[in-house]
Ligand binder design. Structure first.
Ligand SMILES: [Zn+2]
Length: 401
C-alpha cells in the first residue's frame, strides 16, 4: 500500500492514481479548483456555462419545476440548494430518499430543507423489500448501503422523467471530492447518467434485478423504482443530470458558514467512524459503509476527512496522520448494535460477514486468524502505518503480504 505524499489517501482507493511526485489525483484536482495549478479551472467561464445550461433548459411554463434536487438533508443538499435557489434563482422539486437508519440530527436537517421555501417530495419506500435489499447488499458485496445508493441515484431520475423536469442537479461528484477526477473523462465529471452510475456509483457490479429470486422473495415488481430508467425512457425525456460541483467552486469546509446560516446543524460530538461533526450525520448505516470500506481498502472516513482538510490547509499532513491513526478503523460499536438490533442479526453473524470482505493482507493475524482488540477493532499492520507516515514518490511496486 502506498500513500499520497501530499494528503493521506492510499492507492487502494478505487480509481485513484498518483503522478511522478507521488501526489494523488484528488490533490491535483483540488489545486486546479483553487487556482494553485498551471491548468486551473476558470470559475467565471464555468459559471457562464451553467447559466447557459439553465437558460436553455428552464421551462417557460411557470407551472413547471426548473429542476430536481436530490436531498438527504446533509451538507451537500444544503449547498446545492443554496446555489440553485439563492445564486441561480431556480425553482426546484427536491426529492428525498430517506436514510436506512436515520439519526435525530439527520431528521432535523432534513426538516430544515422544507423551511427553505422549496417543495420536497418524500419517497416513502416499501420497508419490507428495502430491508431485504439491505441485507442482500451487505452479504453479496459487503455494502449495507448499496440499496440506499440505488434509491438515491435512481429515484430522482424516475421523478424527473415522470414530472417532465428537464434538469437534475446533483451536488459534487464523489470522484471530485475524494479522488479519481483525473481518471474520469470530462463528460463524466459533468454529467450524471447510467454510465456514470455503473462506473462510479458504488454499486459493486450488483443490480437490483440481480436480487430477484424465489430465495430472496424479491420480485422485479418490488424493485422497479431502484432500477435505473431505461435508455429509451431517458432518451424520450431528453433531460440531463449534472454535478453542481463541476460549475461552482465546491468546498464544504469553506462553505460551512453559508449552510449553517441556512439552518444546517452539526451534531454534538464527532461521528463514530471519524473526528468530524458536519458530515455523514443523517444515517448510522452510512458509518458502517465507511467501516466496511476500511476493512476492504485499509482506509476509512477519517482518511477522507483529514485528506480534505490537508488540501484546504487547515491541518498539516503530520496532524492528518495522527487523526487517521486515532480514528480510522475503530470498531463502530454503537452503529453495529443499532444495525443488528434493527435487522435482527446476531453480532457474530455481522462480524463474520465483515470478515469475509476484509482484506486480510492489511491486518495483523495470528495463525491465520485476524487479531481483534478487546473493543472489536482490527489491527492495521505497522508497515502500512509506517508507509502512511513516510510516503515516498518513487515507489517500487511490491505486493502487500
Ligand atoms: Zn493526495
Amino acid at each position: 500500500m502506498r500513500f499520497c505524499t501530499s494528503c493521506v489517501t492510499p492507492d487502494t482507493r478505487p480509481d485513484l492514481r498518483f503522478d511522478d511526485e507521488g501526489v494523488c489525483d484528488a490533490c491535483r484536482s483540488y489545486q486546479k479548483k483553487h487556482g494553485q495549478h498551471a491548468d486551473s479551472v476558470d470559475w467565471n467561464a464555468k459559471g457562464k456555462e451553467f447559466e447557459a445550461l439553465i437558460a436553455s433548459r428552464r421551462p417557460s411554463d411557470p407551472l413547471k419545476y426548473d429542476c430536481v434536487i436530490p436531498v438527504s438533508g446533509g451538507k451537500d443538499s444544503h449547498l446545492t440548494l443554496y446555489y440553485a435557489t439563492q445564486v441561480y434563482d431556480l425553482n426546484p422539486l427536491c426529492v428525498c430518499f430517506e436514510p436506512t437508519l436515520p439519526t435525530e440530527i439527520g431528521r432535523a436537517n432534513l426538516a430544515n430543507i422544507s423551511k427553505l421555501g422549496v417543495d420536497v417530495l418524500h419517497f416513502k419506500r416499501d420497508p419490507i423489500t428495502y430491508e431485504k435489499m439491505i441485507i442482500e447488499g451487505f452479504k453479496r458485496v459487503g455494502d449495507m448501503e448499496w440499496a440506499n445508493h440505488m434509491g438515491i441515484w435512481s429515484i430522482p431520475v424516475h421523478v424527473a422523467i415522470n414530472f417532465d423536469i428537464p434538469l437534475i442537479l446533483w451536488g459534487e461528484s464523489p470522484q471530485m471530492e475524494y479522488g479519481g477526477a483525473e481518471t474520469v473523462s470530462e463528460m463524466n465529471r459533468r454529467v450524471f447518467n447510467e454510465d456514470w452510475l455503473n462506473d462510479y456509483g458504488c454499486l459493486n457490479g450488483l443490480r437490483p434485478q440481480d436480487l430477484v429470486s424465489e430465495n430472496t422473495g424479491i420480485t422485479l415488481r418490488d424493485v422497479k423504482m431502484y432500477v435505473y430508467p431505461s435508455k429509451e425512457a431517458v432518451a424520450q425525456w431528453g433531460g440531463m443530470g449534472v454535478f453542481m460541483g463541476y460549475y461552482v467552486k465546491w468546498n464544504t469546509e469553506e462553505n460551512l458558514d453559508i449552510i449553517e446560516k441556512m439552518g444546517f446543524r452539526r451534531r454534538r460530538g464527532r461521528i463514530e467512524v471519524s473526528y468530524t461533526d458536519h458530515e455523514k450525520l443523517d444515517c448510522l448505516s452510512m458509518n458502517l459503509h465507511d467501516y466496511l470500506k476500511y476493512l476492504k481498502y485499509g482506509y476509512g472516513r477519517a482518511t477522507d476527512s483529514a485528506s480534505i482538510q490537508v488540501r484546504n490547509g487547515t491541518i498539516s499532513r503530520e496532524e492528518a496522520v495522527r487523526l487517521v491513526d486515532r480514528y480510522d478503523g475503530s470498531y463502530p460499536k454503537e452503529c453495529v448494535e443499532v444495525f443488528c438490533e434493527h435487522f435482527g442479526m446476531p453480532r457474530a453473524e455481522f462480524d463474520q460477514i465483515c470478515d469475509g470482505f476484509t482484506n486480510k493482507a492489511l491486518f495483523v493475524r495470528d495463525g491465520g486468524e485476524l487479531v481483534r482488540d478487546v473493543d472489536g477493532s482490527l489491527v492495521l499492520k505497522e508497515r502500512i502505518r509506517d508507509a502512511r507516515r513516510n510516503p515516498v514518490a518513487d515507489w517500487v511496486l511490491e505486493p502487500v503480504s
